[in-house]
Structures are given as C-alpha cells and as structure tokens.
Design a protein around this ligand. Structure first.
Ligand code: J2J
Length: 536
C-alpha cells in the first residue's frame, strides 16, 4: 500500500476477502467490460451529449497513455478538481489505469485548501476546468503552482490559457498498470474534524464493494439511470452507488450541475432517472416546488443524507413527488447506514436505517470510551470493510481518531434503537454542517485570528430554516470591531472556500475558556442566548 496509508491488519483483510466483500477487482476496469461487449451502449449523458461506453473507454485509454508520456505514473498523486462533466469520468478512469492516485477536491475549494492538499500529498499534477460559474480555475492553478513545489503539470479541461489542454494529453494506448486491489485507488477529502482537510485513502477492493453493495440495495442494475446532481467528487454522489457505481453496473449516468428543480426535473423525466442523491435542504425545496412542476417521480429513488433531515419533509416525499426516499448516514471515511427501499415511511422519516453489511461493527460509547446502555446516546465508533484504518500522513490525528482496536471515532452522537436502526442525534466534533457542506470551526477561527481587528474568535453553528445550520463567528475585537463583510473579504483573500465564510457576526468582550484551555462553546452559546433574551 502507498506509503503513508494505514492498511487493514491481515486478519481483517483475510476475513473481508474470505467472506466475499473484497473481490480483488481494480477500478481501472470501469467501462472496460461494457465497452467490449456492448460498445454503443450509452454510459454518460451530459447536456445534449450522449457518450457510449466504447467512446469513454477509448478516451480513458488514450488519456492514460498521454499521462504516462508526461511522466505521471504509479502512486503519483494528482489533484482533480472538475465539475460534473464527461472529463471528470474520463480523467478518473485514466488515472486508475495509470495507477496514479486521484485526490478528489470539491469544485468549491480555493487556494487555501488546494495549496494545503498539494503540499500535503506532494501532488505532481492538478487538473481543472477553465471557467465555471464565472470563476477562473486557471488563475487558481497559477497561484497553486507558485506555492506547490512538486506540481509539474496543470491540465485544463477547455481553454488552457497558459497551461496544457487536457485534450492534448493523448497517445496510442499501451499496457495498462495492474495495481494491487488492496492498494489505495484514490483519496477523498474528509468532512473535517480539526483544522485542515484530511485525506481518506479508498482502496480498489473497498470501494468496489461499496459500489456493488449500495447498487444492490438501491436496486440499481444495468437498466438503472443515476442522476448526479451533487458534485460527483463527494462520496455520496461518487460511489453510493453514484457515478462510478452506476458505470460499474453498466447503467447510465446523467450529469447535472445543480439539484435545482428547473434544471433537473425535466432531466429526470426525459432520461427516466431511477436514482439520485440529495442533501436535505434540496429535498425540502423539491417538495416545496412540486406544485409548480407536478412531477411524476414514481420510478425514482432519492437517497438523502449528509445533514439532519426534517421528518415532516421526509413524510411528504412519497405523496408529493411520488418518489421513494432512502435516508442515509454516511461519511467519506467509509461508514454507511441507510434505510432500505422497502422500509416503512416512519423508519425513513426518523432513522438512518441499518449498516451497509454484516461485517460492519458499530459501537456507541460515552466520553470515557465505555459502551453505553442499549438505546442510549453516545459517540458512534465504526469498523468494517469500507471504513478507513487511518488518514494519509496523519499519525498524530490518527492516534486521536482511531481507537487501538481500529474503530473510527466518527464524532457523531447517535443511538441504536430497539430494532437495531441508527438514529443520529447530534455530534461532538466541532464542525458546522451547513446544508451538508462541512465547515471545520477551528480552521475558520484560526484564520479569523489573523485579522488585525480580531483578538480572539470562536465559530458556532446557528439554526437556519433552509440549510439546517449556518455559521456564526463570535469575535473579541482589537480596537474597533470589523464588520461581517470585511471579515468575509479577509477570509476570501486568504483563499478560503466561500461555503466556509461566516454568515453572521457577534462581538463579545471575552470568550469563555474551559480549565484545559479550550473555548467553552456551550458557555458561549448560553452567554449569547442570554444576551439575546435580555435585549428583547
Ligand atoms: C446528520 N448528520 C449527518 C445525517 C451525514 C452518504 C451520505 C452522506 C455523506 C456525507 C456521505 C447525516 N444526519 N443523516 O459520504 O456517502 C454528517 C455527520 C458525518 C458527516 C460526514 C455518503 N449524514 N451526516 O455527508 O464525509 O456528521 O459524508 O460524520 O461529507 O456528515 O460528512 P461527509
């Protein structure tokens, strides 16, 4: 396995293989079989374009050969930051075939995140689009190139500007690499606990199992049509079964750019979409706007997860949209629990269902790490054939997040009900879950403290009707307090992604600290609530 990754101990790996979870396949084989057997079959629909398995397979082979020609090889890390597009699929498969390791950045990431990633994993290449939603990724790439010493290539899908066009990376196919199925296939980014984003190694074996098992549970077979409305770089839309899992099943992928009803409702009907993935805020919006469109989604299953789902919204999905809802608790780190398609409506509204497979081991523990009484709330610990054993190059962090027995501490507070179903009750980790986008409080706090008008800073989640939660920055000012707009500009200037910028600002004379020197957020929250009460 790539140096810096933590392998599963042999006894676990043997067991997962013996029990048939890991089947020794490699992700570079995506597209291959269908391309040989039925090359005209449509694999991907993007706008008016319909691309066959044969076309994509050939493009991936040619790109792989071109990448090899550039010197990109086995175990080289390549940051991929592409929107939902044909290139996203071709680039991933090509990198798998080279044996290089894609690092899946989200389209919303900016200089701060990408520079960190590039340096942290010693990336040799960075693949971007030209301009999306008026943001020029080539300018971002220029900034990243200046700060990342190992970066040798920037490849651009579209107009390359000063860089190399992805299209020009093309050569006659040669021998494909044959990586070890137990090795890392790509890196996903963690939704974040402390500080900078962590890299999650996903192996060929583990991801192939995740795709196969979720496809089976969601009924996505060869006739399945998956709509990617969320960024495909996110685990939920990539491999549950998502874009890659659908191609693995020989189904059809429809690439959307946003989950907004005006864009995707016509697509769902036109393409006969059978499965899609949404964050809760969009399920609510779909239900709310259904009257305008009168959709008939009786053939559609919607996977929803990533943040708290309002049970009232869940209950309306079937009557209003006609669709089947499946409620998920997932993590890019691998844990997956969800309600199956035949679950009764109350199970779907109120629980996140059952784990992906029988080999998944769940524990619910108190603050001392002892198992809680059955049905009581505690932190969820998770171990299984898709759940990582350690983040990449993160020894110290791993010592804190993994138990000595190899369980991941999820930082989520849950209970297991008397039917064995998972119910997410809250979380102990310090992130703001902004409509499913995870904002690590500590990272924002550190950057806020860099402003000359900020002596100290804390970041809290506050309730929001549309997004579930929003971000509130609480600062202690140095001199005259800066305004919210000024702070947002400042953080943007530091290269932070827009979704991490605070939505609200409060100023206090001092922050409360605990005896071990951590900001006491519970006390701070109470202090702010009290202030609000007394000013009424
Ligand atoms: C509350 N919080 C939830 C839920 C995840 C499928 C679905 C989601 C993700 C995902 C994913 C939640 N209620 N139902 O990867 O494959 C919060 C938890 C969790 C964190 C993980 C998938 N479902 N969450 O959201 O890696 O706090 O993965 O630890 O982005 O989202 O975030 P992420």
């Amino acid at each position: 396995m790539l140096d810096g990754c933590v392998p599963w101990p042999k006894e676990f790996a043997d067991r997962y293989r013996d029990e048939g979870y890991w089947q020794g396949v490699v992700l570079g084989d995506l597209l291959r079989t269908t391309s040989r057997e039925d090359s005209e079959r449509v694999a991907v629909v993007a706008g008016e374009e319909r691309l066959s398995y044969g076309t994509l397979d050939t493009r991936a082979d040619r790109l792989a050969a071109g990448l090899r020609g550039l010197g990109v090889g086995h175990h080289d890390r390549v940051i991929v930051q592409l929107p939902n597009s044909v290139e996203f699929v071709v680039v991933l498969v090509a990198l798998f075939r080279v044996g290089a390791v894609p690092v899946l950045a989200l389209p919303a990431h900016r200089r701060s995140e990408i520079c960190y990633l590039a340096r942290h994993c010693d990336a040799v290449a960075y693949i971007v689009p030209d301009i999306v939603d008026s943001f020029d990724y080539r300018e971002l790439a220029a900034e990243v190139s200046a700060e990342a010493p190992t970066l040798r290539h920037v490849l651009v899908a579209g107009d390359p500007g000063p860089f190399k066009a992805l299209d020009a990376v093309d050569d006659d196919p040669g021998e494909a690499a044959t990586p070890d199925p137990g090795d890392v296939a790509f890196f996903l980014l963690s939704g974040g606990t402390t500080g900078a984003p962590k890299l999650i190694p996903r192996t060929h074996d583990d991801y192939a199992f995740q795709m196969r098992a979720t496809a089976r549970e969601m009924g996505l077979d060869r006739d399945g049509v998956y709509l990617a409305a969320l960024p495909a770089a996110h685990n939920a839309a990539l491999g549950c079964p998502g874009v890659l899992g659908t191609l693995w099943q020989q189904g059809r992928v429809v690439l959307g750019r946003t989950p907004s009803p005006d864009e995707v409702f016509p697509l769902i009907e036109r393409e006969g979409v059978t499965l899609t993935t949404l964050m809760p805020a969009f399920v609510a919006l779909w239900v709310e706007l259904a009257d305008l469109y009168e959709p008939d989604f009786s053939g559609l299953t919607i996977e929803v997860g990533g943040a708290k789902l309002d049970p009232e919204v869940a209950r309306q999905v079937r009557p209003v949209l006609g669709a089947t809802l499946s409620h998920w608790f997932g993590m890019a780190e691998g844990p997956l629990c969800f309600t199956r398609r035949d679950a009764d409506p109350e199970t779907v509204a109120l629980t996140q269902g059952y784990p992906l497979c029988e080999a998944d081991e769940l524990r619910v523990v108190d603050e001392d790490g002892a198992d809680v009484a059955p049905g009581a709330v505690g932190e969820l610990l998770y171990r299984g054939p898709t759940t990582l054993r350690g983040y990449y190059r993160a020894e110290e962090h791993n010592a804190r997040t993994m138990t000595p027995e190899g369980f991941l501490r999820t930082g989520d507070l849950v209970r297991i009900d008397d039917e064995g179903r998972l119910v997410v009750e809250g979380r102990s980790k310090d992130v703001v879950n902004r409509g499913g986008e995870k904002v690590p409080a500590e990272e924002v706090e550190e950057n806020l403290r860099g402003h000359p008008g900020v002596r100290d800073a804390a970041v809290l989640a506050i309730p929001d009707r549309a997004l579930g939660e929003k971000t509130c920055a609480v600062i202690v000012a140095e001199g005259e307090a800066p305004a919210l707009a000024e702070l947002k500009d400042f953080l943007s200037g530091r290269g932070m992604a827009e979704f991490k910028l605070p939505d609200r600002l409060e100023t206090v004379p001092a922050l409360p600290y605990t005896s071990i020197g951590k900001i006491d957020k519970r006390a701070l929250r109470a202090q702010l609530d009290q202030g609000r009460e007394s000013s009424r």
